[in-house]
Design a protein around this ligand. Structure first.
Ligand SMILES: [Zn+2]
Length: 220
C-alpha cells in the first residue's frame, strides 16, 4: 500500500477535523495581519463558524494556542482597557508606572498584553499619553444624553479608574480578581442600568468580572 504523505480525502458529509479548523484559524490570522483574530473577524473571513471552533476547543484562547497563534491576539482587552489600567497605576503611584507594577494590585492586567500589543512597556506608555490627550478632547463633545438623565451613559476613563481603585480590582459579585486569576477581565458597570434611569456616578458604578457582568445582563 503506497500511502501518500499528506494526502487527504473525506466524504463531503464528514465533520471538519480539528486540524482543518486550526489551519483555517491560522489562515484567517495571517490574512488579517496585525488585527486581532477575534471570533467576529473569524466569522467574517473563516471557512467555518466561530461557534464550531468553540464547540470543538471549548475556549477561543485554547483554539488559538493549538493553532500556535498568540493568545493575546484575541485578548479581551481593548486598547481603552489597557490604557485604563495604566491610568490606575499612574494615579496609584502618582508617577509614570514601572513595568514591575503590572504584576501586583491595583494593576488588573499583566505585562504580557501590553508587550504583545505595543511591542514594549515604554511604547505602551507612549501610546497611553497620546490616547489620554486625545480622549479628553473627544470626551467634551460626547456627552449627548436625554433629559431623563443628568449624566451621559459613557463611563470615562478617569471614572473607570476611580471605581477600579475603589473596588480594589475585585469583582463585587463573585470576589474574583486578576490578582488571583490572570484570565479575569474586569468591567465597570452601572448598578442601576442606565436604561432604567441609573446615572453614571460613582455610587451607581461597580466593578464586575466579565463573567458576572454577562450573567447579570442576561438576568436583567
Ligand atoms: Zn464576578
Amino acid at each position: 500500500m503506497n500511502k501518500q504523505f499528506f494526502a487527504f480525502s473525506r466524504s463531503p458529509n464528514s465533520p471538519v477535523t480539528d486540524q482543518e479548523l486550526l489551519d483555517d484559524l491560522k489562515k484567517v490570522s495571517d490574512f488579517v495581519g496585525t488585527l486581532k483574530a477575534t471570533q467576529k473577524i473569524y466569522n467574517e473571513h473563516g471557512s467555518f463558524n466561530a461557534s464550531t471552533v468553540l464547540r470543538r476547543f471549548q475556549t477561543w484562547n485554547k483554539a488559538l494556542e493549538l493553532a500556535k497563534l498568540e493568545v493575546s491576539n484575541i485578548s479581551n482587552y481593548s486598547d481603552e482597557e489597557l490604557f485604563k489600567n495604566i491610568l490606575v497605576l499612574w494615579e496609584h503611584s502618582g508617577r509614570q508606572p514601572r513595568r514591575s507594577q503590572l504584576s501586583k494590585p491595583p494593576s488588573c492586567i499583566s505585562q504580557n498584553p501590553y508587550v504583545r500589543r505595543f511591542g514594549s512597556w515604554l511604547s505602551a506608555l507612549e501610546a497611553f499619553v497620546e490616547f489620554a490627550n486625545e480622549k479628553q478632547l473627544l470626551q467634551n463633545n460626547s456627552s449627548k444624553f436625554d433629559n431623563k438623565h443628568k449624566t451621559g451613559r459613557d463611563i470615562n476613563l478617569r471614572l473607570r479608574a476611580k471605581i477600579l481603585i475603589r473596588d480594589n480590582c475585585i469583582c463585587k459579585m463573585c470576589g474574583t480578581s486578576p490578582a488571583k486569576n490572570s484570565d479575569v477581565v474586569l468591567h465597570v458597570d452601572h448598578v442601576i442600568p442606565y436604561s432604567k434611569g441609573g446615572e453614571t456616578i460613582e455610587k451607581n458604578l461597580q466593578t464586575l468580572c466579565m463573567t458576572c457582568n454577562i450573567g447579570k445582563s442576561n438576568v436583567l
